[in-house]
Design a binder for this molecule. Sequence first.
Ligand code: HEM
Length: 352
Amino acid sequence: MGFRVFCSNSMTLIWGTLVVFLFVYALYVLLNIHKRKRFPPSPTGFPILGHLLLLAGKNPHQHLQKLAKKHGPIMYVQLGLVPAIVVSSVDAAEKFLKTYDHMFASRPHSEASQYLSYGQKSLIFAKYGVYWRNMRKLCAVHLLSNHKINSFQSMRKQEVQLLIESIKKEAHDCVVVDLSARILSLNANLTCLMMFGKKYMDEDLDKRGFKAIVQDVVDLASTPNLGDFFPFLGVIDLQGLNRKLKDLSKVFDEFLERIIDEHVEYHDRDQTKDFVDTMMDIMQSGEAEFQFDRRHIKAILLDMLLAAKDTTASTVEWILTELLRHPQVMKKLQNELQEVVGLERMVKESDL
Ligand code: HEM
C-alpha cells in the first residue's frame, strides 16, 4: 500500500515537471522566434536540448571546431534555454575580447559560481558592473600593488633558495627529483605565505589533500550542469552536482573561517601584513566604498587560492619542458645566465 502511494506521488511529480517543462519551453520558443532571425548561422539542433549534446564527451571543443568549419567563425548554439555564441577565429576572437570586450566581459549565472564564490561575490565570477569594478580596484590597490608584492620579496627568495638547496643535495646524491611536484609545492607555499602569513600542510584543508580538492573544483565547475541550462532544474539537482559543490564549498569555508579566526586572535606586528591582515584592516576601517564583510574576504581568498595554484606551476612546468625539448634554446639561456648573473649567485627578481 505504502509503495503504491509512493509510486503514484512520484508519477504525479514526474508528469507535473514534464508539463511545466514543456510549457516553459513552448513559451520560450514563441517569445524568441523573431529574435532567432538575427542570430549567426547555427547547426541543426534538437527540440528542448538544442545543441547541448555537443558538450557531451571528452573533447567538446573538437566537435565545435568541426562545426565551425561548416557554419563559420561566429556560430550560434542553443544550450537548453541558454543562447550561446561559439567564436573560432583570431579575428572574431579579437572583436569579442578586445573591440567589444565591455559587452561580453560579464559572467553568466552558474550553479558552480553560486557555491564557489559566495553568490558571485568573487572577482573571477562577479558580474561585470559597479561591484566588480570596486572589488577589482580594491585588489589592485591593496593586494596586488607593486609595493605589496615587493614586501614579500625576501620571503620568496628564501623559499626558492630552500628548493634549490634541496635539489642540489639530491643531484649530488643522484636521487631522482619530481620537479612538477616540487614546483607545485613551492607555488603553494609562496601563495599561502603571501595570503595567510604561514605555510599550510596539504591535509590542513581536508584529509583528501589540497590537490585532490582543487581537482574536484575543476571537475565540478567544468561538468555541464543541467541546472545552468534549464534553471528550474537546479533545485532538483538531477546529476547530484550541486550537492557535491555544496560539500566542497563547506570544506573551503571552514578552512578560511579558521584562518580568519587565527588572524583575529593573534597578530604579529613585526611580520609583513599578509592578504588576510590587509583585508581585515579594510573591513574594520570601513574604507571600502561598498559592503565588505567576511564573505567578501573569503570570496577573494578563494579566488586567489584557486587562480594562483595551477596557473603559475603549470607555466613553469611548460617552460622547463620546452627548454628540455629544445636544447639550443636551453644553451642560449644558460649562456645568458652565465654572462648576466654569473654562476656564483642566485637570480634576483631585480635581474628580470
Ligand atoms: C601564469 C600564471 C597565470 C595565468 C596564465 C593566469 C591567467 C588568467 C586568465 C586567462 C584570466 C581570465 C581573464 C579574463 O577573463 O579576462 C585570469 C583571471 C584572474 N586571475 Fe590569473 N593567471 C595567472 C596567475 C594568477 C595569480 C598568481 C593570481 C593571484 C594571485 C591570479 C588571479 C586572478 C584573478 C583574481 C582573476 C580574475 C580577474 C577578473 O576577472 O577581474 N592569477 N588569470
